[in-house]
Write a protein that binds this ligand. Sequence first.
Ligand code: SAM
Length: 335
Amino acid sequence: MPESPHASDGRHIPVLLDEVIAALQPEKGQRIIDGTFGAGGYTRRILETGAFVTAVDRDPSAIEAGRAMENEFAGRLTLVQGTFSTLDQVALLGAPDGIVLDIGVSSMQIDEAERGFSFQKDGPLDMRMSSSGPSAADVVNRLKIGDLARIFNFLGEERHAGRIARMIDKRRTAEPFTRTRDLANAIEALVGRNPKVPIHPATRVFQALRIFVNDELGELVRALHAAERVLKPGGRLVVVTFHSLEDRIVKRFFSDRSGAGGGSRHLPQRDQRLASFTPVGKGVVIPAEDEALRNPRARSAKLRAGIRTVNPALAEDHAIYGLPNLPVFIETARN
Ligand SMILES: C[S@@+](CC[C@H](N)C(=O)[O-])C[C@H]1O[C@@H](n2cnc3c(N)ncnc32)[C@H](O)[C@@H]1O
């Protein structure tokens, strides 16, 4: 996974910013939820239109850093520490005209070695965006071999998943993994470097652990359904993803909700369903060449958006996302 870009002051550079604003169309007096505040790049541009913003982030340090912006736009920005899957609660303040999600990690999270997201800098094997709950070290040292292999295989598309899981199991009984570099070095020693592959051999395992530790796919699915429930008719949902698994979820959600297919052959009653979203534009939006050149992290970004119709929210059918049953940490770890 590419390293995040840096602004000259070390802050996160917002990805697809103009395209997000074009799809969201925030206006003066409207109520917008930014579900992934980060460094506030999207939020600032939305506030500059005169809209009101409720901005959510699960990372307490992102919320803390945003306090200055709260003062700057006195009365129009409300910061909430929490997860975007609980948008229903955030929307109790009033049904939103727009919701934007920019899924993934921020440059600040990657850059701070103590957060444990990166193996470029040694740090504790942590990876928790919210700094609470089981860490990556808990997962690596306590899940069964088969569960680790499934996580590496599905969430990292790692072809050596089984070998790496067995190596971890052997090594952790002698000495548990506690540091990012230690795990990265052990993976490199096992599978070696392929000169034709430009990324470090631990990249996919680290990506898989991060997605698992933060339940990133589950969070996304729940947030899409919550957005469907709370948006006003005519309200806009805009989602930016950086990973094919996430983009697939967003694509299937909009396709299913707009009645444009994606429904199962086994559920013929879907044909009679009334669409809860109409698509914005012709499908996916990707960064222009100059943004991709300026900002390596933007290269994998994909934007999809929809406009809420007047029809009621549809029943949830998580089977459309094709997600496997991944282990639940607590239950599995105690076995
Ligand atoms: C890519 S950054 C967002 C950057 C932001 N759009 C900007 O312009 O500065 C993603 C942010 O989303 C937060 N985040 C990730 N998953 C989340 C979740 N499930 N609930 C709330 N915040 C989440 C991360 O902590 C991170 O700060």
